[in-house]
Design a protein around this ligand. Structure first.
Ligand SMILES: C[S@@+](CC[C@H](N)C(=O)[O-])C[C@H]1O[C@@H](n2cnc3c(N)ncnc32)[C@H](O)[C@@H]1O
Length: 420
């Protein structure tokens, strides 16, 4: 099968950077694509802003051809080209569904829930392979009905004829510079050779999971089964699901679900200190990132432990408490999870003690790009504040880079005739 890809919710192109091993930008501001994957279509639209910084960055790096800046909800799915692989990172939303009033048999998800757009594309295009990224919370949400949302997602895949594998990956455990836990989901049509054969080669079914082969684990001991077959459809799951949360790795084979907790093998650490060392070789003016005097006290207070008496909206008095955070950051450890609010005066932002200038400071946009394993200055097309935001939204591209050879092998070995 050809290595054709569509990238949804493309942001600044993390999947593409990973799959095509992009490490540099040329003198015309274009990405130097070193890989074999043909990105035949991409979509990125930010509903909350007029200026489309992420899309503009993607267009600058990859050119304007075959990329769409339209709300995915409004995109006519039949106009999307046929492809071998669909990739995308999207938010964890409420996947509950309701019966439509107009049609007794119809089932409808909430408006604006992006997974339903993915589903529409899978139906329309019969996509053979799907690689998705989401926050690990997806496996246990919502809090009032643990696991319901992922169960709906799995049942949807099952109804569309897919087997599914998943794994929570913490990039820092695999020699990458950030503690970032995300769930990666690989779905493939049951009729594909890969899908028919992938579970036959080992007695422990979860050892065959694609992610567990590439990101090794210590022994998987206890496998739990989650019975989705007893639910008639996604509406039944939406209303009645009661099997609980899904664990950090698992697979669904012909509608049967197996899941297990994980115990990662430790690989050498890629520390924040190393990132600072790399970053110091780039010409950056650091003045605007330095924290001094009163500001230093504000940061110290935010990072410290505290107990604050508060009153809830309903008049209930309670004590809000939070623990201490490292201040400054421990440079021997990988960075913590980067959020979209990185560098704003906020407990979650990283504050480092820069040994070269002997001062406290926040991270530079280049350091954030390095922490997400993007090429340096990838987001230089936009204002500084948006650069942090984009990196907070993106993924550790090293995860995709490490998956790439196996994905390529799987898709290249698949017969083209199995696509339709
Ligand atoms: C979690 S981010 C994905 C980031 C991406 N993987 C990257 O490497 O930059 C989700 C993206 O979906 C986009 N998005 C949100 N709603 C959308 C919609 N209705 N249509 C298309 N894109 C949307 C956001 O603007 C954001 O860039």
């Amino acid at each position: 099968m050809k290595l054709t890809v569509i990238e949804l919710f493309a942001g600044v192109g993390g999947f593409r950077v990973g799959l095509n091993n992009i490490t540099k930008i040329d003198s015309k501001n274009r990405a130097i694509e070193d890989g074999k994957w043909d990105f035949i279509w991409a979509n990125q639209f930010e509903p909350s802003t007029k200026v489309q910084y992420a899309f503009d960055c993607y267009a600058t790096r990859f050119g304007e051809e075959n990329i769409s800046n339209e709300d995915i909800n409004k995109v006519k799915k039949n106009l999307i080209p046929k492809h071998s692989l669909l990739v995308g990172g999207f938010p964890c939303q409420d996947y509950s569904v309701a019966r439509t009033l107009s049609n007794e048999k119809g089932i409808e998800g909430k408006k604006g829930v992006l997974f339903w757009d993915i589903k529409d594309i899978l139906v329309e295009k019969e996509t053979p392979f799907v690689l998705l990224e989401n926050v690990d919370r997806l496996l246990k949400s919502p809090s009032i009905k643990r696991g319901r949302d992922f169960a709906i997602m799995l049942k949807t895949f099952d109804e569309l004829g897919y087997n599914v594998e998943w794994r929570v990956l913490n990039a820092a455990k695999y020699s990458m510079p950030q503690k970032r836990k995300r769930v990666f989901i690989f779905a493939h049509k049951k009729k594909l050779n890969y899908s028919k054969n992938f579970f036959e080669s080992d007695t422990n079914i979860l050892n065959n999971n694609l992610f567990n082969k590439i990101f090794p684990l210590k022994n998987i001991e206890t496998i739990e089964e989650i019975n989705l077959k007893k639910y008639k459809d996604i509406y039944d799951i939406s209303e009645n699901y009661s099997e609980g949360k899904f664990l950090d790795t698992g697979m669904m084979l012909n509608g049967e679900v197996f899941t297990s907790s994980i115990n990662e093998i430790s690989e050498p650490i890629f520390s924040l200190g190393k990132i600072l060392e790399i970053s110091s070789s780039f010409n950056q003016t650091l003045d605007e990132f330095i924290i001094e005097n009163d500001n230093l006290e504000k940061w110290r207070y935010l990072k410290g432990s505290k107990k604050i008496n508060r009153v809830s909206k309903t008049g209930y008095e309670y004590t809000y408490s939070e623990g201490t955070m490292a201040f400054p950051e421990n440079l021997n450890e990988p960075a913590r999870t980067m959020l979209t609010s990185e560098s704003t005066l906020n407990r979650s932002s990283h504050v480092i003690l820069d040994e070269n200038i002997k001062k406290y400071r926040t991270l530079t946009p280049i350091e954030c790009e390095l922490i997400q394993m993007f090429p340096v200055n990838w987001t230089s097309t936009m204002p500084k504040r948006n650069r942090y935001f984009m990196m907070g939204n993106a993924l550790v591209t090293g995860i995709i880079k490490r998956l790439e050879p196996k994905l390529r092998e799987i898709i290249e070995n698949e017969d083209e005739l199995n696509i339709s």
